[in-house]
Design a binder for this molecule. Structure first.
Ligand code: RB5
Length: 142
């Protein structure tokens, strides 16, 4: 299960990502926002982050205008490694090296085509499991 959330700045891209996940046959839970009306990104960033941290969702996707506010919020939740990505290299590397469990994107930064490629890269790349990466990840939470 993928948790997905955005503020108003990310609402349209969130809808496009949902359609893409449906086309891929992937299950998701939409934590809002549910319209383009102005709202506060921490509400949605925290909701998705808590769902991932609790195990309700395996991974999360968060979108705001820049991706910055919503990723900062998500990273305040224990156990969350939210990666703000604007390119596929970073999306692949953060899965392989950081075992990132939330992808954050900026809807005012990315075109839809690139955003969907980043989503696919993030979801399809496994964690490497290398000892050095596991050690570094464990050091994050110390
Ligand atoms: C909303 O205008 C905007 O500030 C928000 O979407 C995000 O970019 C914050 O980091």
């Amino acid at each position: 299960m993928i948790g997905i959330g955005s503020d108003h700045g990310g609402f349209e891209l969130k809808e496009a990502v949902k359609k893409h996940l449906e086309e891929r046959g992937l299950e998701y839970k939409d934590f809002g926002t549910y319209s383009g009306a102005s709202c506060d990104y921490p509400v949605y960033g925290r909701a998705v982050a808590k769902a991932v941290a609790s195990g309700e969702c395996d991974k999360g996707i968060l979108i705001c205008g820049t991706g910055i506010g919503i990723s900062i919020t998500a990273n305040k939740v224990k156990g969350i490694r939210a990666a703000l990505c604007s390119d596929c290299f970073s999306a692949q590397a953060t899965r392989e090296h950081n075992d990132a469990n939330i992808l954050a994107m900026g809807a005012r930064v990315l075109g839809e085509g690139l955003a969907l490629k980043i989503v696919d890269t993030f979801l399809d790349t496994p964690f490497s499991g290398d000892e050095r990466h596991m050690r570094r990840i464990s050091m994050i939470e110390e």
